[in-house]
Design a binder for this molecule. Structure first.
Ligand code: ADP
Ligand code: MG
Length: 691
């Protein structure tokens, strides 16, 4: 029998019913290969079902039973269909459980009394009955004999309207038999370590004999995807290095004066990292580097050192921050340091193009030589006119999509690029999101910082907390109070802000209280921030606009309201606003009677200040997409892969990709056959190469 090419269209194949073609297309399944790459969402071992439950549970159960009876009711607009499923023990029925569907009239047509069903879902208690609402289900028609659907490990694929799960399963099984599987490219180069190719990897992932085989097949397919991702990232890394770039060695003269004027000595970590960056900038290739350092580790000084080196070399340098507030803070900070040395600093944000921020106590600088520019990320997209841009520093990269970065690389002046992030990202994610970058890590924080104590408290204890707060404020300390953002509408948001403001003003009088949130206009926001920074306000009520970067060492207290609504890494960032001076600091997480996992989540922050540990916990709790926030737009789709579970595969893929590229530089060419072929087939690679 001649087998069909994987690119054969499904439409027109004799075993693909024409009535299913539209539903297949809705799932993006057009060819045989598409069908084979439509992997199971999960597997059910239909040789051994769960016991019929006698109590509700948070884990889903997979049951096999007989439909005793069905019923249909209407309550106003609600249509409720129920089926009572019972355990069949050699004809003796027992342990009834109710299956229930709301407003899904087609289910009623599929399930009849006497049918045998496999169902999957969480049993819950509803009016003293055990109910599974909207279970996944499958009517079993051929329980005897050899079956795709029963008495085996059965794959459950994501099906859809007009395509029941058992029909899809049969189509995939057919595709396995009819397709020339050897024509589907395997990217992983053999003989580079790792387990040898599983010959029937496609069969094993869809219809495994046992779960060990299934897992091996999954890992092999993931290996291919990860390898493709790393090939692209590593080849981009190599080509960025090779194409263009200038040596920007500086001479250290300006930096020496800056360093002497600093009120502190640099940490060893800062020195190590500064040297790495300095060497990279001095080399004739372009720098493309990530600086990772936990909140408060002193990244800004590292950025300034690099910017000064560009300046010394006769180039402009730009620092981009994710928010207006942060850009202004960096700007003022730099001016305080650089004005006395006569080095010009300019502020450019989308709402203002020149340095009109009033800083009366700083003398006007006389522009001489290439300037340092501070601005918001928006600058990158507004084609800001730089004359001779030698360095771009992107602060708080995690707020900034990975693909946007490539905009910079196209500039003719080939600026060196330094991206900085405080989100302690697990290594595998770093390799994926930033796999095209060299990495520097700022390991230690400056000494002489006060301890940060974190406490999780129920909101009922607020009066005691307020008393404590008053004492600290009276002693001259400052505090942040953070409340969750209300995003529904501008009106609601302003209303919530007003309510928060009034509440805290009344609670803390006579202390001075200010508020910032996303709906306040820039001028007002800036004024409030300045008042807080300079101590005219004791308390700043804020949304997460203060999450990144804001640096007020005298602020020693942070109260986070409704802490359960924030992510762990986000709260770690927020907490990074305190503990910046020598005093002991307090972070209080308020919750409204959280228990169980919700409480445990908050307690992670009580236990550790280590951003990496927190990031891991966050990753376990929420998955990578959520943690990375907006940056997840830059995270390629990983198919069956999981950044956490398959961390070892990602590292291995990176190692092999680097090896392969070193041996065959031709592969760096995006037009190379293997690359082109792979990119065109792989969604993850398409996203990456578009960037
Ligand atoms: P982040 O890494 O979170 O961006 P910053 O650069 O804002 O941290 O630094 C936090 C604070 O530490 C700032 O007030 C900064 O002036 C101060 N700082 C930076 N380096 C040192 C150092 N070597 N010793 C003491 N304080 C430092
Ligand atoms: Mg910072």
């Amino acid at each position: 029998m001649t087998r069909l090419s994987p690119t054969t269209a499904l439409e027109g194949l004799p075993w693909v019913p024409s009535t299913r073609v539209a539903a297949l297309r809705r799932l993006g399944l057009l060819t045989l290969e598409d069908l084979l790459r439509h992997f199971p969402r999960r597997y059910e071992d239909r040789r051994k079902f769960d016991r019929f439950p006698d109590s509700p549970s948070e884990t889903a159960v997979c049951l096999y039973g007989v439909v005793k009876k069905t019923s249909y009711k209407r309550f106003g607009p609600r249509r409720i269909f129920e089926a009572i499923l019972e355990d069949d023990n050699g004809g003796i029925l027992s342990n009834p459980i109710t299956l229930r569907w709301y407003n899904m009239p087609w289910v009623q047509k599929m399930i009849l009394g006497g049918h045998r069903l496999v169902v999957y879902g969480k049993p819950r208690e509803r009016s003293k009955r055990l109910v599974i609402e909207h279970p996944e289900f499958e009517v079993i028609e051929d329980e005897g004999g050899v079956s795709l659907h029963f008495d085996r490990i059965t794959p459950v694929h994501g099906a859809g309207d007009g395509l029941p799960v058992h029909v899809l399963r049969e189509l995939i099984h057919h595709a396995l038999e009819e397709t020339d599987l050897s024509a589907i490219p395997r990217l992983w180069p053999e003989g580079r370590g790792g387990t040898p190719f599983l010959p029937d990897v496609w069969r094993a992932v869809h219809f495994p004999v046992d779960m060990a085989e299934c897992e091996e097949a999954r890992r092999q397919l993931v290996r291919d995807v990860f390898f493709g991702i790393q090939l692209i990232l590593c080849s981009r890394h190599a080509s960025v290095k090779k194409n263009g770039g200038f040596a920007r060695p500086g001479n250290g003269s300006v930096w020496q004066r800056v360093e002497e004027s600093l009120p502190f000595v640099l940490t060893d970590s800062q020195r190590v990292v500064m040297d790495e960056i300095s060497t990279d900038m001095a080399a004739p290739h372009r720098m493309n580097r990530l600086l990772q350092g936990d909140v408060g580790s002193g990244k800004t000084m590292v950025a300034l050192r690099a910017m000064i080196q560009a300046h010394e070399s006769g180039w402009q340098a730009a620092l981009m921050a994710p928010t207006q507030i942060l850009a202004e803070q960096h700007y003022l900070n730099f001016r305080r340091i650089l004005d006395p040395l006569g080095i010009p600093v300019v502020l450019r944000t989308s709402s203002r193009r020149e340095d009109s921020v009033k800083a009366p106590d700083l003398f006007e600088s006389s522009p001489s030589g290439p300037s340092l520019v501070v601005g918001t990320h928006a600058l990158l997209f507004e084609g800001a006119e730089f004359e001779k841009l030698g360095l771009v520093v992107i602060d708080e990269q995690h707020k900034f999509g990975v693909l946007q970065r490539t905009k910079l690389i196209e500039r003719a002046d080939a600026p060196d690029v330094l991206v900085m992030t405080a989100t302690p990202i697990p290594r595998t994610i770093t390799q994926t999101l930033y796999g095209d970058l060299d990495v520097s890590i700022l390991k230690h924080r400056p000494l002489g910082r006060g301890r940060i104590v974190t406490a999780v408290r129920e909101v009922e204890r607020l009066p005691a907390i307020v008393d404590f707060l008053r004492v600290e404020l009276a002693a001259g300390r400052q505090a942040y109070i953070v409340y969750p953002l209300i995003e529904e509408s501008e009106k609601l948001e302003v209303k919530a802000a007003t309510a928060e403001f009034e509440k805290w003003k009344a609670l803390l009088a006579p202390a001075t209280v200010g508020i910032v949130h996303g709906r306040i206009d820039v001028e007002a926001k800036e004024a409030v921030m300045r008042d807080f920074r300079e101590g005219r306000l004791s308390v700043l009520v804020a949304t997460t606009v203060i999450e990144v970067g804001v640096d007020v060492p005298n602020a020693t207290i942070m109260i986070i309201e409704e802490a359960g609504r924030f992510g762990l890494s986000q709260m770690h960032q927020l907490r990074g606003r305190i503990g910046r001076g020598p005093e002991k600091s307090w972070c209080i997480l308020l919750h409204d009677g959280a228990t169980g996992p919700a409480l445990e989540k908050l307690e992670v922050l009580e236990k550790t200040l280590d951003g990496f540990e927190i990031a891991e916990a966050d990753l376990q709790l929420r998955g990578p997409g959520d943690i990375l926030g907006t940056a997840q737009t830059g995270l390629p789709s990983l198919g069956l892969g999981d950044l956490l579970r398959d961390a070892d595969i990602m590292s291995e893929a990176r190692r092999v990709a680097l090896e392969v590229l070193a041996e065959d530089p031709e592969l760096r060419n995006p037009a190379h056959g293997l690359m082109r072929d792979y990119v065109s087939k792989n969604a993850a690679c398409q996203e990456l190469s578009a960037g």
